[in-house]
Write a protein that binds this ligand. Structure first.
Ligand code: SF4
Length: 370
C-alpha cells in the first residue's frame, strides 16, 4: 500500500531545502486534493494561507472521522502515524505556522497515547519548533465540519459558523488557519518525496454485509462491482450507501470517481462504501440513518433540528405499518425542505439517502403504508 511507505522525515528535510513557495508549488503540481470529501486543491489552500495577512497561523489536522462506515483515517493513524505528523510539520513550514492541532475523534481516544509518543519522536528528529497539541473531541459528528472544529478548539459549543470568512483568511481565534484531514496530510510527505507517488490511488472503507470489510487501496475509476467482489458479499447485493451523507444507489456497474458518483445524485465524499444486500430492508436502513442524524443534529437551525426529528418519527411509523400514502408524500417533501434550508452540510445532506431511497426503492416504502 502506498500509504504505508516510510519517509523517515526525509520529506520534511527536503521541504526545508526547497523553501516555502517551492513546497506549495510542488504540492499544487502533484495534484494533491483534500481526502476528507471536498477534493479541494491542498496546494491552493496552503497558498491562500501563505498569502494571508495574519500575525499568527495555525494548522489543524482533522482526525474527527465520524462518518458512519468510514475508518480509513483510523487505519493510517494506527499503521503510519509518523507520516501524518511529518505532513503537519511540512504544512506548518509551508504556510508559516508555529502551532498545530490534531482534533482527534472522541471515540479514537485509545490512539492518543501512541500519537503523543509519535509527535514527540518526529518533532525531535526534525528539530522543528512547531508545537503540536492533540484535542480530543467529545463525540459530536458535526465537529467534522471545519468551522465547528474551530469553535470546539476555542472552547465554544461545537457548532458550525458562517462562511465566509474562510479559515485560510480568518480561522481559529480569528487567525489564518489551514485545516486538512488525516489522509491528506499523510500523503504530503509521500508527494514531496517520491516521483512515483500516485494521486490516483485512494483508500476506501468497505463495510456492510460483506465477509471481508476493511480498508482497500484502489485506483480512482475502479469499478464498484470489483471493489465489492474483493469484500466478498454475503448475499446478492441490492444497494450501496456512500457513508450516510453520500446517498445510496441500486447496485450497478459504475466506476468509482467523484464525478461518476455525483452524476448519480450521490457524493463519494470520504470514499466509504456500505453494502446492503437483498435480505435487508431499505426502510430499516433509512430509519437507522435517520436516528443517527436526529441524534447528531447540533440544534442550531430549525430545519435540521426539528426536521430530523419529524423524519425519524415518520419513518418509524412507516416501519410499524402505521403510516399512510400521504405520510410518504410528506416525508419526501420534508426531506427536500431540510436539504434546501439547513444551515450546514450535516442538515443539507442528512436526507440525501432518503431521497435516493424513495427514488430507487419506493416500492419497499409503499408496501408498508396503508
Ligand atoms: S444543519 Fe443541523 S448540524 Fe448544521 S447547524 Fe443546523 S442544526 Fe446544526
Amino acid at each position: 500500500m502506498q500509504i504505508l511507505r516510510k519517509t523517515n522525515q526525509k520529506a520534511y528535510r527536503k521541504s526545508i531545502k526547497l523553501g516555502q513557495k517551492e513546497v506549495i508549488k510542488l504540492i499544487k503540481e502533484k495534484g494533491l486534493t483534500g481526502r476528507g470529501g471536498a477534493e479541494f486543491s491542498t496546494g491552493l489552500k496552503w497558498e491562500m494561507a501563505f498569502n494571508a495577512n495574519s500575525d499568527k497561523k495555525f494548522i489543524i489536522c482533522n482526525a474527527d472521522e465520524g462518518e458512519p462506515g468510514t475508518f480509513k483515517d483510523k487505519f493510517i493513524l494506527i499503521h503510519n502515524p509518523e507520516l501524518v505528523v511529518e505532513g503537519i510539520l511540512i504544512a506548518a513550514f509551508a504556510v508559516g505556522a508555529d502551532q498545530a492541532f490534531i482534533y482527534l475523534r472522541g471515540e479514537y481516544d485509545y490512539l492518543e497515547k501512541n500519537l503523543k509518543k509519535t509527535i514527540k519522536g518526529v518533532v525531535k528528529k526534525t528539530k522543528s519548533k512547531v508545537n503540536i497539541k492533540i484535542i480530543l473531541g467529545a463525540g459530536s459528528y458535526v465537529c467534522g465540519d471545519e468551522t465547528a472544529i474551530m469553535e470546539s478548539i476555542e472552547g465554544e459549543r461545537g457548532q458550525p459558523r458562517e462562511k465566509p470568512p474562510f479559515p485560510t483568511t480568518e480561522g481559529l481565534f480569528g487567525k489564518s488557519t489551514v485545516i486538512n484531514n488525516v489522509e491528506t496530510l499523510a500523503n504530503v510527505p509521500l508527494a514531496v518525496m517520491f516521483d512515483d507517488w500516485d494521486d490516483n490511488l485512494r483508500l476506501v472503507s468497505l463495510s456492510g454485509n460483506v465477509t471481508k470489510p476493511g480498508v482497500y487501496e484502489i485506483p480512482s475509476g475502479t469499478s464498484l462491482c470489483n471493489l465489492i467482489e474483493m469484500g466478498e458479499p454475503k448475499n446478492k447485493v441490492k444497494a450501496v450507501y456512500f457513508g450516510c451523507f453520500g446517498g445510496c444507489l441500486p447496485y450497478c456497474k459504475i466506476k468509482l470517481t467523484p464525478e461518476n458518483v455525483c452524476g448519480k445524485e450521490c457524493v463519494l465524499g470520504a470514499w466509504s462504501v456500505i453494502v446492503v444486500d437483498e435480505k435487508q430492508s431499505i426502510v430499516d436502513v433509512a430509519t437507522n440513518i435517520a436516528k443517527f442524524y436526529e441524534f447528531e443534529s447540533c440544534g442550531k437551525c430549525t430545519p435540521c433540528r426539528e426536521g430530523t426529528m419529524r423524519v425519524l418519527a415518520l419513518l418509524e411509523n412507516i416501519s410499524m405499518g402505521e403510516a399512510t400514502k400521504k405520510d410518504l408524500d410528506t416525508l419526501e417533501e420534508l426531506a427536500e425542505v431540510i436539504k434546501e434550508t439547513s444551515f450546514c452540510g450535516l442538515g443539507q445532506t442528512s436526507t440525501q439517502h432518503l431521497l435516493n431511497a424513495l427514488k430507487y426503492f419506493r416500492s419497499e416504502f409503499e408496501a408498508k403504508v396503508k
